[in-house]
Write a protein that binds this ligand. Structure first.
Ligand SMILES: Cc1cc2nc3c(=O)[nH]c(=O)nc-3n(C[C@H](O)[C@H](O)[C@H](O)COP(=O)(O)O)c2cc1C
Length: 194
């Protein structure tokens, strides 16, 4: 049987963002974990404009090619990890926009978070995301990966340097995500998408 497809979503898009380094680290850990087929999905590359679909996403009647492409990408995911910075005690607009574009494509699937920022380690960004993903019918994991003081964790050549113990912590979250993905796949198989 093929492995479930995990999409690691890079939730920041600004030039010079640290999010890509964090996402590359978690991507490599997930590949090493070997429980998923892993894909990095960079919202900067996806390049969605602010939501410009005339009809509500629940209907799936998309008029724009960029929406159809985004729908196809997200539809192929069985599980998601959102890598999100804390911006003004919440998460960034690019992530909200990417979520709002679609509906059924997200529903019934598990999602986990890698949050980063200053002293709060992205916790407020993650807390703000939980009701949003729940509204979309996703199932958020109880545990997340939290990275404090991100600016001190990036090397001069732009790599993310995890603090001691963080690799193990993140691998535990990937394990938990795999268990939830397996459980929810059975539910999704029994509940055809409408
Ligand atoms: C617009 C903006 C708002 C921010 N607000 C917060 C904040 O409320 N709490 C925090 O811990 N860090 C905050 N930061 C610091 C970011 O978490 C940090 O710069 C991080 O690297 C941003 O992610 P990025 O580099 O992937 O864009 C903020 C940064 C930006 C650019």
């Amino acid at each position: 049987m093929s492995q479930p497809h995990l999409q690691i979503v890079v939730g920041s898009t600004r030039p010079g963002r640290r999010g890509l380094a964090v996402a590359t680290w978690i991507h490599d850990l997930a590949v090493k974990h070997a429980g998923f087929d892993v894909q990095l999905v960079d919202l900067a590359e996806v390049g969605l404009p602010f939501l410009d679909e005339p009809r509500p996403p629940q209907r799936g009647e998309y008029v724009h090619e960029h929406t159809r492409r985004w729908s196809e990408t997200v539809r192929s995911g069985d599980a998601y990890m959102f890598v999100v910075p804390e911006y003004n005690h919440s998460y960034g607009a690019a992530t909200k926009n990417a979520l709002d574009y679609l509906a059924k494509e997200w529903a019934g699937k598990p999602v986990s978070f890698v949050g980063y920022g200053g002293v709060a380690a992205g916790a407020r960004a993650i807390q703000a995301l939980v009701p949003v993903v729940s509204a979309l019918g996703m199932v958020p994991l109880a545990h997340s990966v939290n990275i404090p003081f991100i600016r001190h964790a990036i090397t001069p050549d732009g790599r993310f340097e995890p603090a001691p113990g963080l690799d193990e912590n993140a691998t535990g979250v990937i394990d938990e995500l795999l268990r939830l993905t397996t459980a929810l796949s059975a539910v999704r198989l029994a509940t055809p998408a409408g």
